[in-house]
Structure formats: structure tokens, C-alpha cells
Design a protein around this ligand. Structure first.
Ligand SMILES: NC(=O)c1ccc[n+]([C@@H]2O[C@H](COP(=O)([O-])OP(=O)(O)OC[C@H]3O[C@@H](n4cnc5c(N)ncnc54)[C@H](O)[C@@H]3O)[C@@H](O)[C@H]2O)c1
Length: 325
């Protein structure tokens, strides 16, 4: 019987690179879908596949049950495992591989793109000039401001490096503090997420989505922040309470929100943040550069092929307590 692989990630499929040939050369039958897929759609598809290269599709216990006994491996394209019921995958003994260390520079660059867009009104101004209007708004420098970074993992650290180069002061918090890196770069360590919230003029979120981090930016925590704080979120939409963020943007308490992610993706047309003031949202493209996609797709493909060849994966998520452990 031919090995059948479900491939759902769109950037993998849309961007050229050697990963296409690598997958082709495997001789596997590839079932191509445009994700991220709902639980319902996944259940329809997974019954007769041996492996998957997935993005942010819903991989719930029901999906796993529908995929067994045939499913042998899940190769997650990317790093965030929050849409996967990892506990259940582990319980069923299915190897889950992922792609750490391939997209952090690309996402950090995107974070700066959003930051500069907000401080210099770049999106608004470009829209004005395109429509024939020479409307000159005044922005703010970022030099000398304090950026608070929550989560100094791979992406958070790249943001810190760039922040230093832009002349920002950096304060940070992580449950695993990168001592050597922080000392070298001169990052001020604080004792909690709440402390970062209090000190930041620019707040950048880079944690995984977990029970503790979900909704960490909400009305209650926003009230403790500096007036006019600019918040950046290239991690996960669910870290921020959407209604509370919209209200804080309306009142001006939050001076700007730059997000690459939303609680619902793609969002409904009436999603409240799409029309909120001082809000720049991109459609989850933080890691979608040709360079990053080729690295990530190469790794996801090698992880899958290694499994079927009986070799170890380059990175197996359900062998370490934390992705960057
Ligand atoms: N926008 C995109 O396209 C895109 C691309 C890649 C990753 N991401 C997201 O970015 C986030 C970070 O990715 P990464 O590659 O840096 O991951 P990472 O695992 O290297 O870093 C995450 C860090 O968050 C820390 N953390 C977890 N829980 C915490 C808590 N309660 N308090 C403080 N720190 C906590 C971890 O210790 C870790 O250091 C993830 O949510 C990931 O899903 C988004």
C-alpha cells in the first residue's frame, strides 16, 4: 500500500524551493489541502493517511481517533503546538516533530515592521499618498524607549538583539531566563509578566500559548500599563483579549496594536479589531518569507522522511518539556 501524506500548510505549497522535489522524490501519495483546517474537515481527511505535514490545523483528540490506527507520524510545519492536543498525541504514542530554530529571525523582523509602522503611521500614510492626498502625520521615535519582551525564547531574543540596535532599553521576563544572553545584551530582568507590563512603553509578546499565557493582555492588565503603550503580538492571537484590546485602543489607553495573529483566523469581516484605531494587522505572515519557508519546509519534510526511513527527527516536540529546552 502506498504511503499517504496529508499536506495542509499553504506557505509550504505556495513558495518554491527544494522541499517540493524532496517530497516528490519520496514517492509518497500527497493529499494537498489549504489549511488551517477545522476539526470537522480534518476528521473527514485523516482516516486513511500515514503521516501529515500540518500547519495550524485543529488536531484534537477526535481527529487523532479518526486517524488511528493508520496515522504514524505528525510533522508540524512551524513551532507553535497550541492547536494540537499534544497530551493525547503522546498518550497514543504518535511521534510529533516540529521545526524550531528556522523562523525566529524572520518573525523578529516582522515584529519590527509592525512596530515601525505604528510609530511612523506608515500604513496610514501610504494609503493617503496612494489616494492622492499629501497628509503629513507626526510620528514618534523609538530610540530611547523601553521595550518589554514577554518570552525570551528564540523569537523574543532576536527581537531583543534588534531592539538594542535601535537604541531601545530592554526589560524581559521568561520562566526560563536566558542568563548569559541577557547579561551579554544588557537586558533588565524582572520577576513577573506583570512587572514587564508596568515598565514597557512598547510591549512585545513572544510566549507560547498556554493556560497561563492565554488572555494575559486583558482589561485588568492593560490598566496597569503605561498610557499609550504600543503592543505587538507576533505570537498567538489568544494571548490578547480581543474585546478589551479594542476598548483600550478606542480610549487611547493603548496607543497602538500591531498583530500578526488573531483569536480567529481568518477573522470574520466584522471582527472588532479590523476597524479599531491605531491597529495594524497582518494575516499570520510573520514567518512567511522565502528564506524562512524554505528552511521550515525543508525541516518539516526531512522530519517526515526521516521517520519513514527509521532515522531520528531533527527535532521531536514530544521528547522535550519545552520547545527550546
Ligand atoms: N507569527 C508567526 O508566523 C509565528 C511564527 C513562529 C512562531 N510564532 C509564535 O511565536 C511564539 C514564540 O515562538 P518561539 O519560536 O520564540 O518559541 P520558543 O519556544 O523558542 O519561545 C517561547 C518562550 O516563551 C516562554 N514562556 C512560555 N510560557 C511562559 C510564561 N508563562 N511566562 C513567560 N515566558 C513563558 C518559554 O520559556 C520560551 O522561552 C509562539 O507562540 C509561536 O507559536 C508565530
Amino acid at each position: 500500500m502506498k504511503t499517504r501524506i496529508l499536506l495542509t500548510t499553504t506557505s509550504y505549497q505556495d513558495i518554491p524551493g527544494p522541499h517540493h522535489q524532496m517530497l516528490e522524490d519520496s514517492g509518497f501519495e500527497i493529499i494537498r489541502e489549504r489549511g488551517p483546517l477545522s476539526e470537522e474537515r480534518m476528521i473527514e481527511l485523516v482516516g486513511d493517511i500515514d503521516g501529515m505535514i500540518c500547519g495550524d490545523d485543529a488536531i484534537t483528540s477526535k481527529v487523532i481517533d479518526a486517524a488511528l490506527p493508520r496515522l504514524k507520524v505528525i510533522s508540524k510545519y512551524g513551532i507553535g503546538l497550541d492547536k494540537i492536543d499534544t497530551g493525547y498525541v503522546e498518550e497514543k504514542g504518535i511521534p510529533l516533530t516540529f521545526c524550531p530554530g528556522v523562523n525566529h529571525t524572520t518573525v523578529a523582523e516582522h515584529t519590527f515592521g509592525l512596530m515601525l509602522s505604528l510609530f511612523r503611521h506608515i500604513v496610514e500614510e501610504a494609503n493617503y499618498t496612494r489616494s492622492g492626498s499629501w497628509t503629513r502625520l507626526s510620528g514618534h521615535e523609538i530610540m530611547g524607549k523601553t521595550i518589554g519582551i514577554v518570552g525570551l525564547g528564540r523569537i523574543g531574543r532576536e527581537v531583543a538583539i534588534r531592539a538594542k540596535a535601535f537604541g531601545l532599553s530592554v526589560v524581559g521576563y521568561d520562566i526560563y531566563w536566558p542568563e548569559e544572553f541577557a547579561n551579554e545584551l544588557g537586558i533588565k530582568r524582572v520577576d513577573s509578566i506583570a512587572e514587564v507590563f508596568k515598565e514597557a512603553e512598547i510591549l512585545s509578546l513572544h510566549t507560547n500559548l498556554t493556560d497561563e499565557t492565554e488572555n494575559m493582555v486583558c482589561a485588568e492588565s492593560i490598566a496597569t500599563m503605561k498610557d499609550g503603550v504600543v503592543i505587538l503580538n507576533c505570537a498567538r492571537g489568544e494571548l490578547v483579549n480581543t474585546q478589551d484590546m479594542a476598548a483600550a485602543l478606542e480610549s487611547g489607553k493603548v496607543g497602538g496594536y500591531g498583530a500578526d495573529v488573531l483569536d480567529v483566523e481568518p477573522p470574520p469581516v466584522d471582527h472588532i479589531l479590523l476597524s479599531a484605531p491605531n491597529c495594524v494587522i497582518t494575516p499570520h505572515i510573520g514567518s512567511r518569507t522565502h528564506e524562512s519557508v524554505q528552511r521550515q519546509a525543508g525541516m518539516a519534510t526531512r522530519n517526515l522522511l526521516n521517520f519513514f526511513a527509521g532515522k531520528p527527527a531533527e527535532a521531536q516536540a514530544n521528547k522535550a518539556p519545552w520547545p527550546n529546552a
